[in-house]
Design a protein around this ligand. Structure first.
Ligand SMILES: [Zn+2]
Length: 84
């Protein structure tokens, strides 16, 4: 792949330090690559919010409670977007 080596990077593009507790553990373990844990968590949180919002809209569109919707269709945002 055409990705540049990231050995020299000390900070992520958002200025978080790439060391110690701020290294995303999965990347480090499986690819020996350093990724920003703070940014990773922020992306995951944002994606989770979008997912919950999509499921809420889909449940409403189908006249179900959110719990009943998840029972029937699961947590997939892609499925929810078909109904939302
Ligand atoms: Zn970052």
């Amino acid at each position: 792949m055409g990705l540049p080596p990231d050995k020299a990077k000390t900070h992520c593009p958002h200025g978080h330090e790439l060391s110690g507790d701020n290294l995303e553990p999965w990347h480090l373990k499986t690819r020996n690559a350093r990724a920003c844990w703070t940014c990773h968590k922020q992306r995951a949180y944002k994606s989770r919010l979008l997912q919950v919002a999509a499921i809420g809209r889909a449940a409403k569109a189908l006249g179900l409670t959110q719990a009943a919707y998840i029972d029937r269709y699961g947590w997939s945002r892609h499925v929810a977007l078909q109904y939302a």
